[in-house]
Design a protein. Structure first.
Length: 121
């Protein structure tokens, strides 16, 4: 009787434990993507006169964050629309439980920095 109970109970307990680890990996990936998008935005916002450099700096800063958190398969896509810079980071969370897609998408957007003289503020 005990063997039968263990055969039924053990897989359920194991699934619960592995699911907790999976959720923590997803949460970690979501935080890394959010930080990468924000850092990319911060790095790119300071180049309003050179849009190409702004995109390059945004991509480099976001990639650095993702590489230091071991998310090398992430995609960073900075875009510019007028004076608005948008950094989109898409990453796949590592999977323990092979069910479903664990993709994370984070977006940060903001305007380029501009000097405003004291009399115009």
């Amino acid at each position: 009787m005990t063997s039968l109970e263990m055969a039924i109970l053990f897989p359920s307990v194991l699934l619960v434990i592995l699911s907790m680890f999976q959720i923590s990996l997803y949460w970690h990936t979501a935080n890394a993507a959010a930080v990468a998008a924000e850092q990319g935005l911060d790095a790119g916002q300071i180049f309003p006169e050179d849009k190409t450099r702004a995109v390059d700096e945004a991509r480099a800063a976001a990639q650095w964050i993702l590489e230091t958190t071991n998310h090398r398969n992430a995609v960073v896509n900075p875009t510019i629309n007028g004076d608005l810079l948008t950094v989109t980071v898409t990453a796949e969370a590592p999977r323990i439980v092979g069910i479903g897609s664990w993709q994370v998408r984070s977006v940060a957007e903001g305007r380029f920095e501009a000097f405003i003289p004291a009399g115009e503020r």
